[in-house]
Write a protein that binds this ligand. Structure first.
Ligand code: NAD
Length: 271
């Protein structure tokens, strides 16, 4: 049994946004393997979300799928109400849903700027607010966890690395970083922990073009000192740790899970 499979989250209830693919799917599976009940949130493609729930159940876990567009306040509120009605509360929120709509600055439409900010940043605000209201209502349940609730925001190395041609995405992740730290500062006295994980390049549908061909992957590896593209499970393992009491004294932190991508790899020779 690997560390992620220890039932360190036994009895806790987790909600993972955008959990029917990529990093969110790996996180949902790992949280369930660690003993949590998991809501698999999705915006479209009910089949994939229900297939994910079946996979978790087949592995002995507990899960349900709930549809909600995280950028819609009414849908987020309804999703949390449905989860709390079914399972009594929420202990862990993983803000994972996100997307890219890339273009050079001068060609970027206001609609594409707005959509990325709405989902990647405002979506994390709406879900965090709903989760925190429930954490505060319920308070600490010592049998479950040392704290009243945990939030893990999936950010990106582009919360610190500027990214030409992706100004909406990089700005949204920079915003996530400051929102996370501000929430952590505000909520620590109320025994709520808020942290972020900033993935580097991870093999998922969001960035297929960057690693699909050997030529593309070779180019990408130049930016990664560890010389491998990450896997969704690299992020899932870090998420289980941040959701568990093993990281009880960690709040307001960003964990860069990036094979060293943020270490200025261009400076590995001279400088
Ligand atoms: P992905 O496209 O597989 O996952 C994104 C998920 O979010 C999808 O399931 C999508 O349906 C969902 N989603 C999109 N809009 C939504 C909405 N309005 N409401 C609810 N769900 C919505 O890609 P991924 O790589 O797994 O991305 C997951 C997160 O990781 C994103 O926040 C992304 O920015 C971040 N990230 C990924 C990488 C990488 O290299 N893959 C690197 C850094 C950060």
């Amino acid at each position: 049994m690997s560390d992620t499979q220890k039932p360190v989250l036994k009895g806790q209830r987790a909600l993972v946004t955008g959990a029917s693919s990529g990093i969110g799917a790996a996180i949902a599976k790992a949280l369930a393997a660690a003993g949590a009940k998991v809501v698999v949130n999705y915006a479209g493609g009910a089949d994939r979300a229900h297939a994910m729930v079946e996979k978790i159940r087949a592995a002995g876990g507990e899960a349900m799928a709930i549809r909600a567009d995280v950028s819609r306040e009414d849908e987020v509120e309804a999703m949390f109400a449905e989860m709390i009605e079914a399972w009594g509360s929420v202990d862990i929120l993983v803000n994972n849903a996100g997307l890219q709509k890339d273009a050079p600055l001068v060609e970027m439409s206001l609609a594409d700027w707005q959509r990325v900010i709405d989902i990647n940043l405002t979506g994390q605000f709406l879900c965090s607010r709903a989760a925190v209201r429930e954490f505060l209502r319920r308070g600490v349940v010592p049998e479950l966890s040392h704290v009243a609730g945990k939030i893990i925001c999936i950010s990106s190395v582009h919360d610190v690395i500027p990214w030409a041609g992706h100004v909406n995405y990089a700005t949204s992740k920079g915003g996530v970083s400051m929102m996370m730290k501000t929430m952590a500062q505000e909520l620590a006295p109320q025994r709520i922990r808020v942290n972020a994980i900033s993935p580097g390049a991870i093999k998922t549908p969001i960035n297929t073009a960057a690693w699909m061909t050997p030529e593309a992957e070779a180019e990408l590896l130049k930016l990664i000192p560890a010389r491998r593209v990450g896997e969704p499970d690299d992020i899932a393992r870090a998420t289980v740790w941040l959701a568990s009491d093993d990281s009880d004294y960690v709040t307001g932190a960003t964990l860069y899970v990036d094979g060293g991508m943020t270490l200025y790899p261009g400076f590995d020779q001279g400088g």
